[in-house]
Design a protein around this ligand. Structure first.
Ligand code: 26A
Length: 349
């Protein structure tokens, strides 16, 4: 019998197809969207998908935040390093996603729902902002049963790193807890990305229930502010260093690993705090000319992909952050959450 391949990194979240177009203020206003935000679609948003496709020359691009991260990590790592779980339908959009992940060699193990369509995310680009409105579809039906299936759970047991996109707190917090427990029990690395301001606000309870398992927590400055607000932290919402320190020092289940909190801030420096240390570090981002930016959809996901690839390769924290910034810089030059081909290779600055 062939030996089972062991994937170093397992990722979990919501596979989505992005329906992305350049829009304008009128389009944002029509659907009551902010220029830079991520929300779950309500009834009133549903027509936007047709609208984007018919009237705005929208492109279909593989999305889903953690799936973008998983593709990014696999882009850097040796073949068969990353496997991704999430829920899709049995339809054309799912086939498009399977094709897109093949390009980087990412293995996906989808829970396929025969009755519900694959989720979609409307992406409205205005300048360097992006507004995301998501209709989760089959992604919303991911369940613990899939994660605990023998073949899937074996992949979990074979991995050393678990990455969960925070958007999954809206779907199956139980699966997240199960991965966190497993990581703590086996002294593996459990990485959570907060993913969106609304997660820190409206999904505070499941987010907080998982925090004792976080070995790494990643967010951007607006998510950090939202966390500070919803948790009534005694710092200014703009005091990113204090929030990073707070996150790093929340109670922790596995005492063998000091927690690391990473906060990205667009073009401003990336902030890193470590549990038990007073020293908060800052890493300037890799400069890029404005004209080189295609769009910022997926920039944060790409950062996480490069960062986690660094961790998997046993790189230092500094170099892992550098790898994250490197991959984000590449991704924002592409259309949507994509990576350039022919492949670029990371070289330490
Ligand atoms: C549950 N929600 C709202 C979501 C998402 C999401 N991925 C998972 N769940 N809303 C937007 N995205 C993805 O975020 C990427 C950019 O960071 C989009 O599909 C887009 O590719």
């Amino acid at each position: 019998m062939a030996a089972t391949k062991e994937y170093a990194l397992v990722c979990l979240e919501n596979p989505l197809l992005d329906i992305q177009a350049v829009g304008d203020k009128a389009l944002l206003d029509k659907y009551g969207l902010k220029d830079n935000d991520a929300i779950l679609a309500e009834e009133k948003h549903i027509p936007i998908y047709e609208d984007l496709l018919s009237n705005y020359d929208a492109k279909l691009i593989a999305g889903g935040a953690a799936q973008n991260t998983a593709r990014g990590a696999q882009y850097i790592l040796p073949p068969n390093s990353v496997v991704y779980f999430g829920g899709v339908g049995d339809d054309k959009y799912a086939a498009t996603l399977r094709d897109a992940v093949k390009q980087v060699g990412l293995r996906v193990e989808y829970r396929v729902d025969p009755k519900i369509p694959t989720g979609r995310c409307g992406v409205v680009i205005t300048g360097h902002n992006r507004s995301l409105v998501t209709d989760l579809g089959a992604a919303n039906h991911y369940d613990l049963e899939h994660l605990k299936r023998d073949d899937i759970w074996k992949l979990v047991q074979g991995a050393e790193y678990f990455y969960v996109g925070g958007y999954h707190f809206t779907v199956c917090p139980q699966a997240i807890q199960t991965l966190g427990e497993e990581a703590a029990a086996a002294n593996k690395a459990f990485i959570v990305n907060v993913s969106a301001p609304f997660i820190a606000e409206f999904f505070k309870d499941p987010l907080d229930a998982s925090s004792k398992y976080w070995d790494y927590v990643i967010c951007n400055e607006t998510e950090a502010a939202s966390y500070a607000k919803s948790h009534a932290l005694p710092y200014a919402e703009t005091d990113v260093a204090a929030i990073a320190k707070h996150l790093a020092n929340l109670p922790k289940e596995n005492s063998k690993r000091a927690r690391v909190a990473v906060i990205t801030q667009g073009t401003e420096p990336t902030i890193v705090a470590q549990q038990g240390s007073d020293d908060v570090k800052q890493f300037p981002v890799h400069a890029i000319a404005k004209e080189q930016i295609n769009d910022t959809n997926g920039a944060g996901d790409a950062f996480a992909g490069g960062f986690v690839a660094g961790l998997v390769q046993g790189k230092s924290l500094e170099e892992s952050v550098d790898m994250g910034q490197w991959l984000a810089r590449l991704s924002i030059q592409e259309l949507g959450p994509s990576y350039p081909f022919p492949k670029q290779t990371y070289a330490k600055a």
